[in-house]
Design a binder for this molecule. Structure first.
Ligand code: NIG
Ligand code: FE
Length: 411
């Protein structure tokens, strides 16, 4: 702490490398997605929760006043990672289902049989608000251990008024960005999707709109159709919520054109998206949020990432962390999948889970770069080259995390 203002200044010095998406605009698209600035023998100076300066050690001027120091020798600094698509508010697990899938059952079959998402809904409804809040904090700490300093989380495992609102409060109180996934599945107490939406929009939306920043809907056979998704998102939009969609996960049901029609922030998944969907997205300002850990976990085709980037679409990467389709909280693993499965270069992956993910959450002005004025969120990689972010598959990678200017305790 500096005695004068009570503000903490922190100098991370002697870094082997510092890497940050280039430029100042968000989002980055097309060839600009791969532009990264790399400094050797670098420092980051934080003033309170904001980055004051970054540069090379040889250009560092003497600093006045109290400055705490962190030794960055042998480490590489990248911006705090941004996970713009998670389902971190859930109780229980789906390990039985995972074992069944390993023996050949499919995710869609389990969902149709009332297992899958509804199994987690039952566990989440039974958990109670305190246990749910503790679960979100635990999942947030897992993410932080992997370098995630900003996370979005959806509700969607309550699907009743009390549990949906408790979920949104738990996400907000854990420091997450809450999204109301009120249209995740149709719970069995309703005869059909429209009857459920009648309830959700009349009874849950008014309070959900006070807690969440965006609304999300699962557009898929067995979940919600395009007309129902339009109705849900339009009503949410009137209540002040931005639109997001789960689209083209298993089949193309029209989620992409609907996202563009509604001016949604993003359409997420896209494992089933064909050439027309790629062209539609690339001409729009709707971000394509790609979730390769989910495709891997379910043994599904990977989304057309290379085509989307090359066509100029806004592309972001996220984990989709949840107990059923992606029990993975690690954005570094996602960056490795981006390189090995999606054919995105390490610089493209870095931008996709920093500045572009921050853009999806409408925080791109202040989050996602190591540059003056940005939030002082820094990940220190135990690596001689920052591209270990994509290269090191699932090993010890994150040495330290600085969160809003202070070294974080990692679980
Ligand atoms: O994004 N597909 C819809 N929702 C989640 C999975 C939720 C679950 O299986 O519990 C997803 O993959
Ligand atoms: Fe999801």
């Amino acid at each position: 702490m500096s005695a004068a203002g009570g503000r903490r200044r922190l100098l991370i010095r002697g870094l082997a490398q510092l890497a940050t998406p280039a430029g100042t605009v968000a989002p980055l698209r097309g060839p600009a997605l791969g532009d990264v600035d790399v400094l050797e023998d670098a420092y980051v100076l934080c003033d309170g929760d904001t980055i004051e300066a970054v540069g090379r050690m040889r250009d560092l001027e003497p600093l006045d006043g109290d400055v705490e120091e962190l030794d960055g020798r042998g480490l590489c600094a990248i911006p705090g990672l941004v996970d713009c698509h998670t389902h971190a508010c859930f109780a229980g697990d789906r390990v039985e289902e995972f074992a069944l899938r390993a023996s050949g059952a499919t995710y869609e079959e389990l969902h149709a049989a009332g297992s899958g998402i509804m199994a987690t809904v039952r566990a989440t409804r039974a958990a109670g608000e305190d246990a749910l809040a503790a679960a979100v904090r635990k999942h947030r700490d897992w993410m932080l251990r992997e370098g995630t300093t900003t996370f979005e989380s959806k509700s969607g495992y309550g699907l009743d008024r009390d549990t949906e609102l408790a979920s949104l409060r738990a996400i907000r109180d854990a420091g997450g960005v809450p999204t109301w996934l009120g249209a995740h599945a149709v719970p069995p107490e309703f005869p059909d999707a429209d009857a459920y939406l009648d309830f959700a929009l009349a009874e849950v939306l008014p309070a959900a709109a006070e807690l969440a920043e965006a609304a999300d809907v699962f557009v898929e056979r067995g979940a919600f159709g395009v007309a129902q998704a339009r109705r849900y998102l339009e009503a949410c939009g009137e209540a002040g919520l931005a639109s997001r969609l789960h689209g083209d996960q298993f089949t193309e049901q029209g989620g992409v054109p609907l996202a563009v029609e509604l001016g949604a922030r993003s359409v997420d998944h896209l494992e089933a998206t064909g050439a027309e969907g790629v062209a539609t997205l690339s001409k729009s300002d709707v971000a394509a949020v790609l979730l390769p850990a989910s495709a891997l976990f379910l043994g599904r085709p990977m989304p057309p990432a290379r085509a989307l980037v090359d066509a100029g679409a806004i592309v972001a990467l996220a984990t989709d962390f949840n107990p059923g389709s992606a029990f993975c909280e690690s954005l570094p693993i996602v960056c490795c999948l981006a390189a090995t499965q999606l054919k995105l270069s390490p610089p493209e992956a870095l931008a996709a889970c920093t500045v572009n993910a921050a853009h999806v959450l409408r925080r791109g002005e202040r989050v996602g770069r190591l540059a003056p004025g940005y939030e002082a969120d820094v990940v220190l990689l135990d690596a001689p080259d920052w591209r270990y972010l994509s290269y090191h598959l699932g090993g010890h990678l994150v040495a330290q995390v600085v969160l809003r200017g202070a070294p974080a305790e990692l679980v």
